[in-house]
Design a protein around this ligand. Sequence first.
Ligand code: URA
Length: 469
Amino acid sequence: MHQITLDAPDDFDGWRHAARTLALAGVAPGEVAWRVGDAAGDLFAADAALPAARIAPDALRVSRRFLDLARSVVMHAAPERFALLYAMLIRLSERPGLIEDRADPALRALERMAQGVRRDIHKMRAFVRFRQLVDDQGERYVAWFEPEHHIVRHNARFFVDRFNTMRWTILTPEITIDWDTRALREGPGATRGDAPDDDPVEAAWKTYYAATFNPARVKIGAMMKEMPRKYWHNMPETALVKGLIAEARQREHAMIEASPDATTARPADAPHNGDPWSLLRAEADACRRCPLWQPATQMVFGEGPRDARLMLVGEQPGDQEDLAGRPFVGPAGQMLDRALAEAGIERAETYVTNAVKHFKFEPRGKRRIHAKPDAGEIEACRWWIDQEIALVQPRLIVALGASAARSLTGRAVTIGRERGREIALASGMAGFITIHPSFLLRIDDRARADAEYAAFVRDLAAARAIAAG
Ligand code: URA
């Protein structure tokens, strides 16, 4: 028996190194006992040097898809996760196509575990609430959170990016993470009692929450599922929930009255009535996060039902969208509409938006020629797409093309390699990548254009099935 001791419960690199070495040495899954740190392991297993390889290293190839799956599953709380992953690695080394087998029970179990981890990552991002303290260096923010899985270290970067200029500490039972505006530190786990109770930040959170509470989405069952009771005591805004639900019908009615068609553009100077959507739109209209607002006619925000299950994200408005103030109304929009209809998707039931919300172009005579947004512009505009996702909370977000994929995943994506299947997005939400419809408009060869169009329709139909599930 080989005993493998990993450094931490989320030690993906340690697992990967050991699993690869064991697999190359031909060690069967039943011959390995996995443990973390000094947790009790198998009494009869020995933590000896890893065995020598029996097959050539390049004989063992694993797909990126399996590695992504393993990266998530390693964070799961189930002690058997390392063994399950190793067993799957051995099976995949014998039958690589197994990764596509949606009916395989072991693969499905791992996918469910990865999904649970992604949900937990998202919950931490959505439900951590800071309390304000003042110490000798000034303001400091402290939060208590109890994750289900080992996701805190993974989420640390998210909080650093989001609250970069604040000094903050997040206490959890397993680990403490602390940011002093320059360096991130880890410390031992804490208890609920170590976190401060009420403080002035609560008032700010409550105001914010009341402003972003979307009455159109009040579904108590779903809300309870997304916000399990164990988080409620951490969240000052839950004190507001009862009253907000009571008001929901009335506010929803007012929202519909005030913006009879949530799917049309709103001029920058139109009044807003205080509902979260109108507030967001008013803020967006005044966006100066990057210089693209200057030459553009207007900000082109997303449109569609605020409880859509499917969100479609394009690159940026084109010439016609810039003038109309609505996404995907020009030639690419017509191509998209046709493919959506063929895939059995009602556009009116989807939320359609763009990664970048101002038209970027180069003037050429009287014409304005589309120019690709750069990584900085995509990053600057990610703020808005994050807000749209938070309000709509779609079941699936489809990235149309590379710019949308970059915005949603936070990295450069090769469409051909990652298209056509569910992936985890940087936000922890479920995503799906396919081509941009304008790509189809640029193909001269008829046969190739038809084949690419058919593949696009297939992708959209697959996305529809996932969103319905
Ligand atoms: N292309 C996009 O990516 N979005 C639009 O809205 C129009 C064209």
